[in-house]
Structure formats: C-alpha cells, structure tokens
Design a protein around this ligand. Structure first.
Ligand SMILES: Nc1ncnc2c1ncn2[C@@H]1O[C@H](COP(=O)(O)OP(=O)(O)OP(=O)(O)O)[C@@H](O)[C@H]1O
Ligand SMILES: [Mg+2]
Length: 247
C-alpha cells in the first residue's frame, strides 16, 4: 500500500508535442483510483511517467517518500509497482508458467520457489494447470489477461497499475476480468490505478475517479457524482458514454 502524489507533472515530447500540462493529484494509501479520458488524451503517457519510463519535463511524482526524479533510489521506487499493460506484454516465446516465473524471479532468486509462486498465482487468477505449459498464442484473450495479472502479482507489488484492462475483450469476459481485478486488489490490500475510457469499468472499480482532458486533470471525485458535477467536459463524457447508438 502506498500514497502517490503527482505535483504539476508536465510532459512535452521532442518536437514540442505537449501531452501532460500540469497534472496534480493525490492518491491515498489503499485507494482504487481510476483515470478516465478520451483516446489519445495522455492516459498511458501519465502511467509511463509514474513508472519512470518517460522522464518528466517538469514537476514531480512522490510515492511514499521517494521521487520519480531521484535516480539514486530508482530500484526501490520501481519495485513498488506492477503493471498490467494494455496489450498484456506476455513473452510470446515463453510458456504461460515461464512468463509468471520470469515475474517472480524479479523478487526471488530461488528457481524452485519461483515455480511455486508462479503456480500459486496462476491458480489464484483462475487458470487451470492444463494451460500452464501452453504459449500465449495458444490461449484466449481472457486467459492471456489472467496470465498477465498472475505475472503482475507475482512481483508482490505495493501498487498495481491496470492500463485498459478490458480492451479487446467481449463484455462478458471483460466483466469477469473486472471482478477478478477488484477481488485481487482487495485481497492484496494494494493501492491501484486503473486507466480506462470505459465508464462502466470506472464505476465498478473506483473509490475515486479523475478525468483527464487535453493533458489536464479536469475533475476528481466519486463516479456517482460525475453526472451532475458541474464540469461541462465531464458531464459530456458521462452522457456520451451512455448514448445508445441508433441506426
Ligand atoms: N513516445 C512517444 N513519443 C511521442 N509522442 C508520444 C509518445 N507516446 C505517446 N505519445 C503521444 O502522446 C499522446 C497521448 O498518448 P497516450 O498513449 O497517452 O493516449 P491514451 O490516452 O493512452 O489513449 P488510448 O485510450 O487510445 O490508449 C498521443 O498524441 C501520442 O501520440
Ligand atoms: Mg493508452
């Protein structure tokens, strides 16, 4: 469990594209926070800034007492996080269990213990032993998501990041994965940040929601209050999410 503080975070890419324009946000210990926003608004960039993958152009991100800008304590900072990436990021040339062992190996050097951790985590996310020795391409998208989650939790993180956890999944499988994420976060007692453009996911998983618009967090609050929050963009986003498309 960790507290996360974004302080005036700016990210400008080479060539001058300004993606994050002063993000301020405090996420509490054990909170399940959602970052909601349109495609291309900078959600994944924000996550990569948090992880230190992208260097901040300005500002700071403090996790507990460590800064993302502090290169000396880099390892300690990075160890706090585990990520479920948008495309799962499983290694194609490794079996499912090898993928999870690879994760476990980041925190445990004993090979036999890593295998035990991998088995335990795969079973915890609902994968049966028959898929352990298959390759990612041989299992369904929902199973891949479970395997990626097993690898993420095998690192014993304090913070779990989920980038578009339901993208590419049918609504039923997406719902099952959402339930699994919620149960996992609860049972591990971690702080979590979920990035999504799906309002239903936000409503289901969140303690609080932040809405990102053109690189600025325009609103933070409870999902139930989005509808009438007084912020034109947030209300527009809410309404657009509930439109039933007509022929
Ligand atoms: N490495 C990079 N170099 C330059 N520009 C980048 C880089 N990564 C992302 N961008 C730009 O940053 C902007 C925001 O991208 P980002 O991937 O954060 O969007 P997103 O909100 O996650 O969208 P989606 O919902 O489609 O995943 C886009 O214009 C993108 O082209
Ligand atoms: Mg993205």
């Amino acid at each position: 469990m960790s507290k996360i503080e974004f302080k005036n975070v700016r990210k400008v890419f080479e060539g001058g594209l300004s993606v994050l324009n002063g993000v301020n946000l405090s996420i509490e210990n054990g909170e399940s926070h959602i970052i909601l926003g349109q495609s291309g608004c900078g959600k994944s960039v924000l996550m990569k800034c948090l992880l230190g993958i992208f260097k901040l152009s300005e500002g700071d991100i403090i996790v507990d007492d460590l800064s993302v800008n502090d290169r000396e304590h880099r390892k300690e900072y990075v160890k706090k996080f585990s990520v479920l990436f948008q495309g799962n990021a499983l290694f194609d040339s490794m079996t499912i269990i090898e993928n999870v062992e690879f994760g476990a190996n980041q925190v445990c050097k004993d090979k036999i213990k890593c295998k035990e951790i991998a088995k335990e985590k795969l079973l915890a996310v609902g994968l049966e032993e028959r898929v352990f020795n298959l390759y990612p391409a041989e299992i369904s998208g929902g199973m891949q998501k479970r395997a990626a989650l097993a690898r993420a939790i095998s690192l014993s993180p304090e913070i779990l990041l989920f980038d578009e956890p339901t993208s590419g999944l049918d609504p039923i499988t997406g719902g099952i994965i959402c339930n699994l994420l919620k149960d996992t976060v609860k049972s591990l007692g971690v702080t979590s940040i979920t990035i999504t453009h799906d309002l239903k996911v936000a409503e289901f998983l969140s303690d609080r929601v932040s809405v990102l618009n053109k690189g600025v967090l325009t609103w933070t609050g409870h999902a139930d209050d989005m509808k009438n929050c007084g912020n034109a963009f947030v209300e527009h986003f809410y309404k657009a999410s509930n439109i039933i498309l007509k022929k």
